[in-house]
Design a protein around this ligand. Sequence first.
Ligand code: OFO
Length: 183
Amino acid sequence: MDTNRLSKKMAAALNAQMTKEAEASQIYLSYASWASNQGYGGTANFLFRHAQEERNHMMKILEYILKRGAEVKVTAIAAPPPNPASMYNCFEKVFSHEVDNTTSVYSLVKLSLEEEDWATWNFMQWFVKEQVEEETLAMELLDKLKISGGEKAGHNELYSLDRDLENAPDSAKSAQDVTADKP
Ligand code: OFO
């Protein structure tokens, strides 16, 4: 008896999104390493924590595919884009990345609607909400940098932003109970 509850198309789309979340984790790891090399330890800390969050997103999708009886395909992942040119550029890149990921999440929601796969539609709503939070976070950071002069932000402003980011809370991630630490 076939117990797979995902269509072929949906399983492929979910696997692609799982890979995209793994790539997002690598992107944050690379930007965090860049920030650390520039001396922005607080920003690096914030971005390293976010890399872990992206890995948790990957795990949620992996777990969902398994729970629906479909096959998980772990593949190679793309290398991150080039390093940012500045702190402002770093958060521009973070924001663009999140918007790109939102587009991908929306296409999964659309597919679930077309297929009347309400379980996947329901599952993806967590990601829709998460993307709103992540875009908002990136927007707020860009706004702070804009207020501080954008590309021309001085050492004092960058120092204080960096210090704030060291202690910036992670957005709560309790809607789904799977994490990379507790699969
Ligand atoms: Fe997984 O949310 Fe950002 O990319």
